[in-house]
Design a protein around this ligand. Sequence first.
Ligand code: NAD
Ligand code: ZN
Length: 467
Amino acid sequence: MKNTVFLYGAPASGKTTLGRLLADRLGAEFTDLDAEIVSRAGRPIPEIFATDGEGAFRDAESRALAAVAKSPSAPRVVSLGGGTLLRHENRELAEASGAVLCLDTPSDKELERRIGSAAGSRPLGNRARERAHHYGSFPKRVAASFEAGESLVVVGRGIAGDLLSGLPFVADSTVASLYPDLAGAPIFAVPSGEENKTPATVASIWSALAKSGIGRRDVVAAVGGGVTGDLTGFAAATWMRGIDWINFPTTLLSMVDASTGGKTGCDLPEGKNLAGAFHQPRLVVIDTDFLATLPASVLADGRAEMIKHEAIGGLPRAAAPVGVPSAAEIAANLMVKVGIVREDPFERTGRRMLLNCGHTFGHAVEKLSGYELSHGTCVAIGCVAEARLAVALGLAPSGWPAEFAARFAEAGLRTEIPDGMSESELRAVMAGDKKKARGGIVDFALPCGWGDVRIVPVDVSRELPRC
Ligand SMILES: NC(=O)c1ccc[n+]([C@@H]2O[C@H](COP(=O)([O-])OP(=O)(O)OC[C@H]3O[C@@H](n4cnc5c(N)ncnc54)[C@H](O)[C@@H]3O)[C@@H](O)[C@H]2O)c1
Ligand SMILES: [Zn+2]
C-alpha cells in the first residue's frame, strides 16, 4: 500500500470500522484522527466544540493532520473526520502525503440502521447532503466493504494502485501490460489463458516467491482474472505451508465469483480444478476501473454468473445487464455468493451447491465443445436448459425458461444448446462427472424462478423429462 492511506467520507460512512480492518489486513498501523485530536487536547471533541468553537476544533484538527502526515515511519491507514478535508490546505496535504480514498455516503435508511434512530441520523444525513459536492469531488472511491469469511472485501473505483503499492504481486500478463503503472513490476506474470492454469505455472510462482525472499509472515497479491487468482491463491496456500494472500480481481467474473469463497487450485490433464486447496484471501480489492479494458465477450462471461446470482438470490433486476456494472451492483451481486459461502464454507452441508445453478448442464456443454465455448456462455446455456428441466419436473411455470433466456440475451449471451450436441452425449458427460454423479444420479441446482433455486436429484442414466 501507499505509505499512508487516508479514508475520508461523510460522518457515519464507516471510515473508522473500515480503517481498522484494512490496516489489519495490510499489516499497517491504524490512526483515527479524531482520537488523535482528543489525545492531544486531553478533552473530548464535543467539549472542544462547546467551549472553544468550531474554528478552534478545525485548527486542532489541521495540526493533528499535519503531525500524522509528517510521520510515515511505517505504513498506516488513517481515518479522517467527516469534515477534515473541507479546508483546502488539508486536502492538498493529504493528497500530497498519501492516497485519499473517499467512502460513498450511506443512504438515509442505511444511516438510520447504523445509528439506530431516525432522529439521530437526520442531522447527519442533512450534513452529508450539504457536502455532497465536496465528497463527490474525490475521484478514488469506496462504494462498499464487508467481511466474507476470513476475507475483507472492498469494492470501489481507482483504489487498486494505492493498495497494491509495495506488495509483491503475481499478475496476469495481459493485465500487467495494460496497466504498467499500477504498482511496478510483478514478481511473476502468468501467461494469459486457461491453458496456463497448470501445476507448471504454480511451480513458476513458487520459484518467484523463493527468488523474492517471501517468508512465512509475508503476503503475496494476485492481480488478474480467475486464472491468476486461483493459481496465486494455491501457490500461497502451499508456500511454506501457507502464507497470506490478497486478491485484486480484474475480470467481472472474478469480481462477482472467483475472488471470494477460498477455492484455489489448478487444472490437470485429467480435469479442471482437480488439484487445489481452500485458502481465503485476507483481503479482496475490487476496483471496477479494470473493467474498462475487458473485451465484451469476457465481460459477458461475468454477466452470466451475475444473472445466476440473480436467480439464486432474487436480486432486483431493474437495469438491463449491459455495459460495465457499477461498484454498488457488483457488491450487491457478490453478496449472494458471500451469504451462501458463509453458511457452508467447505462445501459440506449442501448449501453451497446452490451456486452450481446452471453449471451441471453448463460444464457438460463446455466439455463437449472442447472448451471452445467460454464458461459464461456455457453457464447461460446450462441455466436455461436446467430451467426447462425444472418445468418438465413440474417445479417451475412454463414461461420461466423464456424469461430467464431473455435476461441472458440482453447481456449478449446465447442460450440454445449448440447444434450437434445430443442429449445423450450431454447426459453421458454428466453421469461421468466423478465429482458429482453417484450411480447416474446427479444433484442439480435447478433454477425454478427468480430467488428460487432448488437442489433436485435427477437420474441422468435415462432420458430427461421434456417440457
Ligand atoms: N475460485 C473460484 O471460486 C472460482 C469461481 C469461478 C471461476 N473460477 C475460475 O476462474 C477462471 C475464469 O476466470 P476469468 O473468466 O476471470 O478468466 P481469466 O483469468 O482467464 O481472464 C479472462 C481473460 O481476460 C484477460 N483479462 C483479465 N483482466 C483483464 C482486464 N482488466 N482487461 C483486459 N483483459 C483482462 C485475461 O488475460 C484473460 O485473457 C477459471 O479458471 C475458473 O475455474 C474460480
Ligand atoms: Zn461458473
